[in-house]
Ligand binder design. Structure first.
Ligand SMILES: [Fe+2]
Length: 218
């Protein structure tokens, strides 16, 4: 299979997994319905201008070693095939302050599908951003203008909207954020690998709401 075929399979598997979710919150259900239309309607093409970025973190191959089955396993296989072409960005690009270094150096992303900085283009219909959060790392409370749905591929991270009640979301779960709804993620002993999905109009307008070491008790 070529890269486009691997990416197409990844998005098709993602759509099937999203369709199988049972989400209680009406806003989350509506967002998934709109995502499904975009994921299935857009034609994927390889970006002729390969995005620039960092090489994968040294731990990436180890992080990719998926455990067990579940809907995320096939997607991790596709990611493994796409890995040589992925270019990465580390969160200290957005959070350069020394007090944020602990989490910002342990939060990495790779644009899979989206605009000019992505490996694949999808007619500006959606963005799919691969995200990894290293073990024992907390991405503190933050909020952004763009609505967001994370689909968890591996790891045993906890997620919160209010910073007080945390939910453990196993692989195959989704976490939805309304526009400007605060949220935070903390990874346990396993790295957290997820795909973030976004619909137009694009643009994060992101703001960190709490700062600190970003570390969790090991
Ligand atoms: Fe977010």
């Amino acid at each position: 299979m070529d890269e486009e075929a691997h990416a197409g399979k990844l998005i098709a598997d993602l759509a099937t997994a999203l369709e199988g979710l049972s989400l209680e919150e009406p806003g989350a259900r509506d967002y998934v319905a709109r995502l499904l239309v975009a994921l299935r309607a857009a034609a994927l093409s390889c970006n002729p201008r390969r995005p620039e970025g960092l090489a994968a973190p040294a731990e990436w191959q180890r992080f990719l070693a998926a455990r067990g089955g579940g809907p995320g396993a096939a997607m991790l296989e596709s990611l493994r095939a796409l890995s040589p072409s992925l270019t990465w960005l580390r969160a200290d690009h957005f959070y350069p302050e020394p007090e944020n270094a602990y989490f910002a150096e342990r939060l990495w992303g790779a644009m899979l599908v989206g605009q000019d900085d992505a490996l694949f283009l999808a007619e500006e219909r959606y963005i799919a951003l691969l995200m990894i959060l290293f073990p024992h790392t907390t991405y503190p409370l933050h909020a952004h203008r763009i609505e967001e749905l994370y689909f968890v591929l591996s790891g045993e991270a906890e997620w919160t909207h209010d910073g007080e009640s945390w939910s453990l979301l196993p692989p195959g779960s989704a976490f939805h954020n309304h526009s400007y709804q605060p949220h935070a993620i903390r990874a346990g002993a396993e790295p957290m690998v997820a795909v973030g999905l976004y619909l137009p109009p694009f643009g994060w307008e992101n703001e960190l709401l709490t700062q600190g070491t970003g570390g969790t008790a090991a």
